[in-house]
Design a protein around this ligand. Sequence first.
Ligand SMILES: Nc1nc2c(ncn2[C@@H]2O[C@H](COP(=O)(O)OP(=O)(O)OP(=O)(O)O)[C@@H](O)[C@H]2O)c(=O)[nH]1
Ligand SMILES: [Mg+2]
Length: 260
Amino acid sequence: MNVVFIAGPAGSGKSTLTSSLALWLESFEHFVCKVNLDPAAELLPYVPDVDVRRYVNARDLMFKKGLGPNGALLASMDELLNYVEDVRAEIDECRADYALADLPGQLEVVAFRLLGPRLLHELSSGSRAAMVFLIDARLASRTYSAYSLLLLALSAMYRLNLPMVLAVNKVDLVVDLTAYSGTRLHEKLLETLPIYRLLSEYEECSSLVTGESLLDASISLQLCELFRRFIKSPVPVSAREAVGLDELIAEIENALGEYK
Ligand SMILES: Nc1nc2c(ncn2[C@@H]2O[C@H](COP(=O)(O)OP(=O)(O)OP(=O)(O)O)[C@@H](O)[C@H]2O)c(=O)[nH]1
Ligand SMILES: [Mg+2]
């Protein structure tokens, strides 16, 4: 089985992508296990085959322990570690080709605390695993936020130690998809979204950032060099319009092949 974790900042479209990618894979006769790993999810755009809310529910903890929404999510992820074997057994029972695991939007919980990386590794042990890191095209269209998102993606990759596919979601909001597709869509995005320029040429990356931030030129140049070495050009997708999913799955396959 292949385990694909769908990660990314809040609202980037992780749950929508889980749903559309599952439908797309199923249309090619693959068996897919849709896994909700978000104990705070309210409404999901898919019916999960495995759902951690069966074991822990952030809303219940909020009331039981008098916690706020962030504290309740942290507490529920902590508690989830007690059930990791049950969740893993349920995923195995799916006997799927791909398990698509929809993560909570609070990256801090997933990538920067002790339990997130442990949970992900225990859930994928014995399988090939990779991570899709989703970012919102509207944020990728501003130099500042694109740069911060690349730093975020890099630290999630470092912390989770999983091969990563970076994807820019919601491209339908920045480009007219009726006018552009395939190579022309790529060209249009290259011209429209600074995130592509930040990744393609590191001197250009540095000149885009220097002057706009407190980083001095040599530091921004080094960070740009890091991006170029570790992050491939993002796959443009629209989870809502089911665009770019063929390229995304090809990149996911490459990443799964890199899993050690
Ligand atoms: N236009 C457009 N909207 C999208 C796309 N993908 C997701 N959305 C919308 O973005 C909003 C957030 O989508 P979700 O799938 O819930 O995002 P998420 O990353 O799972 O959110 P959290 O789990 O809360 O972090 C919803 O209103 C979606 O309909 C897309 O490709 N295009
Ligand atoms: Mg979600």
